[in-house]
Structure formats: C-alpha cells, structure tokens
Write a protein that binds this ligand. Structure first.
Ligand SMILES: C[S@@+](CC[C@H](N)C(=O)[O-])C[C@H]1O[C@@H](n2cnc3c(N)ncnc32)[C@H](O)[C@@H]1O
Length: 203
C-alpha cells in the first residue's frame, strides 16, 4: 500500500476485512459468522454484498440503539435475514441467541471484531487489577469451531500486542495472517493507524 499519512478506520477497513474473509473463509463454504459488537451492522452488510448467506450472519451488541439501527439499516439494504441480537458478550456465556442460530461453544466458523475489543479494553480495572478485556480472548477461543478463524481490527492494540493476547496456549488459537494497512511516518519511525490480525483454532 505505502500511502503515507493516510488515516482510516471506516469503509476501507470493512472492505479489507471482507476481502480477507472471501479469501480464507469463502461464502461457498456456507460459514456461520458472528460479529462481536456489530454497531450499525456495516461489516455484516459488506459480507452480504459479497454473497455470504444472510441466515448465517449474526451480529451481537449490548447497545439496544445499535441493534435497532443495524436491523433497520440492514432491512433497507435487503439484509432482513441477517440477525442482530442484544447481547453482552462478556456476561452472556455463551451468547444467548434464538434457537435457529448457534447457541453453544465451538459453533462459529468465523468471528469478527472491528473496534469492540478496543472499546472493552478501555473499561476500568476491578479491585483485583483485572479488566473486562482479560476474559475476551479465552471466550473467542471457546466459541470457534476447530478450524475456525477470528479476525480482529484494532486501533488501540499493535499487531504484536494482539498476537500476545490471542495466540497462546490458553486460547488455543494460532496466528494465521494479517491485513496490510496504510502506513504513516513520523519522527523517522513508521507504523500503521490500525492493525488487523487473523487467528485460527487448529483442527
Ligand atoms: C467501536 S464500536 C464498533 C462498532 C462496529 N463493529 C463498527 O466497526 O462500526 C464498538 C461496539 O461494541 C459494542 N460493545 C462494547 N462492549 C460490548 C459487549 N461487552 N458486548 C457486546 N457489544 C459490546 C458497542 O456497543 C459498540 O457498538
């Protein structure tokens, strides 16, 4: 890419995450896909445009306003069959979803996160010094099917930090691949505004 100085976290990141999914978890495999913290549903709508089966796309968010907005945006775009559910990913264990959808552990082919782990990472620590984000990687590992993937885009954590948190014996996940983002150069050093890293649960 090499377009120095460019800053983005919106539509282009959706495009890149969808492109990654098409390459590694193609729609032809009819995958079950969960987005944690789906906001207004843009990422799942990107997957719909890429011809993923809407009945197998699910977004969860703990904000009632976001869930309502995502439902109305997706209905307006022909994605009525994408399901958006009110769910606190950290508290509902496993996420409680309608019976037609997955309800158990080890059920998802692909889990995606765009900005949600960042938001959770900003929450306050408890009296034991634990943050709500500490349990998140373990839960991702448990929810994925063997052979399933987790793709995360973050603006708060570097690629190395994401690898350390998600690819370890506790989660059972392994580093899979990364998405190249635009870079910037400042004070002689270069870096990326965002990091997107994919992990895989071995078979
Ligand atoms: C930065 S926004 C990203 C939204 C969307 N992924 C996007 O890229 O537009 C983070 C989202 O995560 C949701 N969220 C934060 N903590 C959550 C939790 N514990 N369970 C479910 N959703 C959560 C917020 O309500 C918000 O919609």
């Amino acid at each position: 890419m090499g377009d120095e100085g460019e800053i983005w976290f919106g539509e282009e990141s959706v495009e890149k995450m969808v492109h990654w999914a098409c390459k590694y978890v193609p729609s032809a495999s009819c995958p079950w896909i969960l987005e944690v913290g789906s906001g207004n549903g843009t990422l799942l709508l990107g997957l719909l445009d890429a011809e993923y089966q809407p009945e197998r796309l699910c977004g969860i968010d703990y904000s009632e306003g976001s869930v309502k907005l995502a439902r109305s945006v997706s209905a307006a775009r022909g994605g009525d069959n994408i399901s958006f559910h009110l769910c606190d990913f950290l508290k509902d264990d496993p996420p409680k979803l309608p019976s037609m959808l997955q309800e158990a552990y080890a059920d998802w082919d692909l889990i995606m996160d765009k900005g949600t782990f960042d938001a959770i990472g900003l929450m306050e620590k408890d009296s034991n010094g634990m943050t709500p984000a500490d349990g998140y990687p373990l839960k991702i590992g448990r929810l994925l099917k063997p052979g399933g993937h987790f793709l995360i885009t973050s603006c708060n954590f570097t690629e190395e930090e994401l690898k350390a948190k998600f690819a370890n014996p506790r989660t059972g996940l392994m580093y899979h691949s990364r998405i190249q983002h635009a870079t910037y150069t400042f004070g002689g050093k270069s870096g990326s505004i965002c990091s997107s890293v994919a992990f895989r649960k071995p078979l």
